[in-house]
Design a protein around this ligand. Structure first.
Ligand code: BTN
Length: 282
């Protein structure tokens, strides 16, 4: 079955995620080899890390309609509504040194925003280090985890939570301004079709980027163009400190350079960034 030939009204959007349909849409993708679907799971990342340690092949994917202990970055919880969004993790076994793993987070984010753009026309952006943003609100997040033995990467688990058919405006106690495809377009989309599109793009970007360093550089440039923070006045909170400055650059290893008000250069490997709002005086 070709995902391009299917329209949204050919999918029943009220049903649980249909893993068989996803597999049929994926054709010969590496992500079609070993798909594990659970209605409810603790965390797809935790589950997949265990499978990775047990030797599961590259391309193995775990997807769920609900997580009881979904993980976000910096030890946070990832909250999602059952059956509405995408919650999944994929396993890669790249031949990359540990300091190059950020490349995978980059192409995963690009595959996410490109798939959303192709299916809905929405222009999502990337907020360092791994958030998908739209109109100043969080559309999704990525959690990248990897294992290293004697300096060699054994496996990488890329997990994504993407808000699709959910209406977050009805939720209380969300940690940050949150959006979804539905909130932006007022239309529901097939999660299977969106995910198959995203995984095909991810595979394409992965193969190209791993095969040739110039392609990898082009993905980095594209990722930079989609940055929601570069060149802007931002505040970064790391848990230990809060620093204001201009987001001057992000390198290929994901290190953010900030120029502070007194002209000092500061480098950050993780943290929460928000773009500073300029309020005009009356
Ligand atoms: C973040 O923005 O903090 C990252 C959120 C990542 C959430 C996804 S949902 C699927 C996968 N399984 C998890 O437990 N977390 C990631």
């Amino acid at each position: 079955m070709d995902s391009e030939t299917l329209k949204n009204d050919e999918f029943d959007l009220s049903l649980p995620f249909n893993a068989e349909l996803l597999i049929s849409l994926l054709n010969n993708s590496i992500f079609q080899r070993n798909v594990i679907f659970k209605i409810t799971i603790g965390s797809t990342n935790v589950f997949l890390k265990k499978l990775a340690q047990e030797g599961s092949p590259e391309g193995t994917m775990v997807i769920a309609d609900e997580q009881s202990a979904g993980l976000g970055r910096m030890g946070r919880e990832w909250f999602s509504k059952k059956g509405k969004n995408l919650l999944f993790s994929v396993l890669l076994r790249p031949e990359l040194p540990p300091n190059k793993i950020f490349f995978l987070t980059m192409i995963f984010a690009l595959a996410g925003i490109d798939a959303v753009q192709q299916m809905t026309g929405l222009n999502a952006m990337i907020k360092w280090p791994n958030d998908l943003y739209i109109g100043g609100k969080k559309l999704g997040g990525i959690l990248t985890e990897f294992a290293v033995k004697k300096g060699v990467v054994q496996h990488v688990v890329l997990g994504m939570g993407l808000n699709v058919n959910w209406n977050p405006s009805t939720e209380k106690n969300l940690m940050y301004p949150t959006s979804s495809i539905f909130s932006e377009t007022h239309e529901k989309v097939s999660r299977e079709k969106l995910l198959s599109k995203m995984l095909k793009l991810l595979e394409q970007y992965y193969q190209k980027g791993m095969a040739d360093v110039h392609s990898a550089e082009r993905f980095f440039e594209k990722w930079t163009e989609k940055s929601a923070i570069l060149g802007k006045a931002v505040v970064i909170e790391t848990g230990n400190e809060r620093v204001e400055g201009e987001a001057a650059g992000i390198d290929q290893e994901g290190v953010l350079t900030l120029i502070t008000a007194n002209g000092h250069e500061r480098k950050f490997v993780c943290g929460d960034v928000s773009v500073k709002m300029n309020f005009s005086e009356h």
